[in-house]
Write a protein that binds this ligand. Structure first.
Ligand SMILES: NC(=O)c1ccc[n+]([C@@H]2O[C@H](COP(=O)([O-])OP(=O)(O)OC[C@H]3O[C@@H](n4cnc5c(N)ncnc54)[C@H](O)[C@@H]3O)[C@@H](O)[C@H]2O)c1
Length: 460
C-alpha cells in the first residue's frame, strides 16, 4: 500500500482532495494544481463549487485567470459530492475552526468533514488535517475514528497534521515559498506527508509528532497575539504619559537585534490570531494549567475597540459634541489592509459600540460592499471630499491602500486614526495626536482640543 502511494506521489499521478475550499483550501488546491497535480475540491457551499467549476476565484489571493486556466486544463474540479472522496489518494481538511458562543473550540466543522472522510475511507489514503486545532486532536480524535473500520494508521492509511500558514494579502509569501511544518501520528505518516507536500512547498519541516505540529502553529499565533497585546497596552500607556506611541515604536525598532516590531491598532481580527490561542488555553485548562499570557493578551486585544470608541467620545466631547447624534464614518471593516475578510474584525465591534452610544454610523471599505451587523444592513459609501466634510468624525480602522488618504487629511474635521494611516503632516483641520508634546500642524495654537488620535497600524 505504502509503496503504491509513495510511487504515485513521486510520479505525480496521485489525486489530491481538498475538503473546504475557503481562503486556505482554494489557495492550496491551486498551488498543487499549478504543480501538475489533479485536484478535486470538496465544499458544502454550492456557490463556491459552481464558481470554481466556472473558473472563477472568490479568494483575493487566488487569481481568477489562474483558476480559469487550471480548470480548463482539467487539473482542478470542485464538487459537493463527498462520496467522491474515495477517488482521491491524499486528503487535506481545511474547514473552519471557530469558537462557540461560550468561546470554546467549535469543532463541529472538523467533525462533519471527518464523517465524510470516514465514509469513503479506503486503504492507501493519506489524510492531513490543516485546520488549526489544539495539541493532541489529530492523534486523540482523528486516529481512532479513522481506524474504527479496521484500517491501521501507518500501515493501511497515513495521518498527519500540517498547519496552514497562508497570510492573506501577503504577496511575498505564498504556498510555494512558505516553509510548511508537518507532523504525522507515526514516522511512516510523517514521511508520506513530507513527500507529498514537497510537490508544492519548497521547504517542508518535519516534526516528531502531529501534536508537535499542532503546538508549533499555536506558538506562532500566540506569539503574535501576545506581542500585539503588549504593544496595544504600550499604546494606552503612551496615551496616559502624553507620548506618541508611533514615535516610540519607530525608535525602538532601530535596535538591530533583540526587538521585533509590532504595531498597535484597534484590536485583533481574522479567523486565526484572535481564536487560535483560545484553542491552546482551552486544552490547558483541562490539564489544570492557566495560560496566563494568552488570557491577558486576549483581554487587552478584545478591549481595544472599546478603547478606540472612548477616544472618539472624548475627541467629540472636546468639540462640545456628544457621540449621540454625531455622524461617524468608519473607514475599513475588513480586519486588515487590502483583504475582504471581516471575520472577528475589531471595526465591527467599534461600529456596534458607536451605534449603542447613539451615533449615526456609516462605513467605507473598497473590499466590502455591504455589511450585515446585528440584523442591520449597511452599504459601503465612497470616500469623497463631500462625505468627509459632512461627517463629524472619521474613524480609521483599516489602512487599505486604496483609500484616498490625502483627501481624508484635507477634508475631515476630526480624525481618530487607529492605524497611523493618515499623514500627520498633511492634516489641516485637526490637531494631533491625543497628547500634548506632539501637537503640531497649522492650527496647533488655535484649538488644541481638536485632535487626531493615532493608535497606529495593527498587524493582523
Ligand atoms: N484564513 C487564513 O488566513 C488562515 C490561515 C492559517 C490557518 N487557517 C485555518 O485554516 C482553516 C480554514 O480557514 P479558512 O479561512 O480557509 O476558512 P473558510 O471559512 O474561508 O473556508 C472553509 C470552507 O470550508 C467549507 N466547509 C465547511 N464545512 C465543510 C464540510 N463539512 N465539508 C466540506 N467543506 C466544508 C466552507 O463552506 C468554506 O468554504 C481554519 O482552521 C483556520 O483557522 C486560516
Amino acid at each position: 500500500m505504502s509503496v503504491n502511494l509513495e510511487q504515485r506521489i513521486r510520479d505525480r499521478s496521485c489525486r489530491y482532495g481538498v475538503v473546504g475550499l475557503g481562503y486556505v483550501g482554494l489557495a492550496l488546491a491551486a498551488g498543487f494544481a499549478r504543480r501538475g497535480i489533479q485536484v478535486l475540491g470538496f465544499d458544502i457551499d454550492d456557490a463556491k463549487v459552481a464558481a470554481v467549476n466556472e473558473g472563477r476565484s472568490y479568494v483575493p489571493d487566488v487569481d481568477d485567470a489562474e483558476v480559469a486556466s487550471i480548470v480548463a486544463a482539467g487539473r482542478l474540479e470542485a464538487t459537493t459530492d463527498m462520496g467522491r472522496l474515495a477517488e482521491v489518494d491524499v486528503i487535506s481538511i481545511c474547514v473552519p475552526t471557530p469558537l462557540s458562543k461560550s468561546r470554546d473550540p467549535d469543532l463541529s466543522y472538523v467533525e462533519a468533514a471527518l464523517k465524510s472522510v470516514e465514509r469513503s475511507l479506503r486503504p492507501g489514503q493519506l489524510i492531513v488535517l490543516e485546520s488549526t486545532t489544539y495539541p493532541g486532536m489529530t492523534e486523540e480524535v482523528l486516529k481512532p475514528r479513522l481506524e474504527k473500520r479496521g484500517l491501521v494508521v501507518g500501515e493501511d492509511i497515513w495521518l498527519a497534521f500540517s498547519p496552514e500558514r497562508v497570510d492573506p494579502g501577503n504577496h511575498a509569501y505564498g504556498i510555494h515559498n512558505t516553509p510548511k511544518v508537518v507532523g504525522g501520528v507515526d514516522p511512516a505518516s510523517t514521511a508520506m506527508a513530507v513527500l507529498f507536500y514537497g510537490i508544492a512547498v519548497d521547504h517542508v519541516v518535519p516534526v516528531g509528532s502531529a501534536a508537535a505540529a499542532e503546538m508549533a502553529k499555536l506558538l506562532e499565533n500566540t506569539f503574535r497575539s501576545v506581542n500585539i497585546g503588549l504593544v496595544n497596552e504600550i499604546a494606552q500607556m503612551c496615551d496616559r504619559l502624553g507620548l506618541d506611541v508611533r514615535e516610540i515604536v519607530e525608535a525602538a525598532s532601530t535596535k538591530p537585534y533583540g526587538f521585533m516590531r509590532f504595531e498597535p491598532g484597534p484590536g485583533l481580527g481574522g479567523h486565526c490570531i484572535p481564536l487560535d490561542p483560545i484553542y491552546l488555553s482551552w486544552k490547558l485548562r483541562r490539564l489544570d494549567f492557566n495560560a496566563r499570557f494568552i488570557e491577558l493578551a486576549t483581554d487587552i486585544n478584545i478591549g481595544m475597540p472599546r478603547y478606540l470608541v472612548e477616544r472618539v467620545t472624548s475627541a467629540l466631547n472636546a468639540r462640545s459634541r456628544s457621540v449621540k447624534g454625531s455622524r461617524v464614518l468608519v473607514m475599513g471593516v475588513a480586519y486588515k489592509r487590502d483583504v475582504d475578510d471581516t471575520r472577528e474584525s475589531p471595526a465591527l465591534e467599534a461600529m456596534r459600540l458607536l451605534l449603542e452610544s447613539g451615533a449615526e454610523v456609516v462605513y467605507a471599505d473598497p473590499f466590502v460592499d455591504t455589511l450585515s451587523l446585528d440584523d442591520r444592513l449597511f452599504t459601503a459609501l465612497d470616500v469623497t471630499p463631500a462625505l468627509l466634510a459632512d461627517v463629524d468624525c472619521v474613524v480609521v480602522t483599516t489602512d487599505h491602500t486604496d483609500f484616498p488618504w490625502a483627501a481624508v487629511a484635507a477634508h475631515a474635521h476630526l480624525i481618530v486614526d487607529s492605524r497611523g494611516a493618515v499623514d500627520r503632516d498633511r492634516v489641516q483641520h485637526v490637531l494631533w495626536p491625543l497628547s500634548g508634546p506632539a501637537v503640531r500642524g497649522p492650527q496647533a495654537s488655535a484649538d488644541q482640543t481638536e485632535r487626531v488620535f493615532q493608535v497606529p497600524r495593527e498587524n493582523q
